[in-house]
Design a protein around this ligand. Sequence first.
Ligand code: ZN
Length: 189
Amino acid sequence: MKCQRCGSSSTLVQSENEVDGTLRRQRECGDCHERFATVEQVQRAIVMVLKRDGRREPFQREKLLAGLRVCARKRPLPAGAIEAIADDIEHRLLAAARSEVPSRVIGEMAITRLKQLDPISYIRFASAYRQFVSLDDMLHELAQIAFDPSPPAEQPRLFEDEFDRLLAAQGASERVPTPIASARSATIR
Ligand SMILES: [Zn+2]
């Protein structure tokens, strides 16, 4: 959605309400702060998401937004930044006018945008998302942003306290001498 005044594509949705299948969104340009409203026919059911298990479901902006919000929890982000990501992804899906989009594509779109916005939100989302593909991919992503890639043995999700636990667990797993080794060194003196 481009700003009608300056042409910027960074517009933020301030509010929205839906009446009889028509969505009215109050928007503000991120650059010139022009405020304007758009009226959209809801076409969410037209974009179907093809899930990894082969099932399909209508794309739901709110569902994506909920996931993004979890990952951005307690992060000092600009107001409306997360909503703008969901809005942008939805807009692109609708604009592409394809009847079906693999969930993988939507995941990658979210990851790309979070990566630009905030490294922590990005790690959380990418790790939660990629654990369903491969651990290697996840560790690769972690290493790329120069983060300590602690192997997430039992807790693949790096949310807040879990992350601290992972770091603590890694320190605790330093090699301890086995009883046999201790006994042997004792006899050798
Ligand atoms: Zn503008």
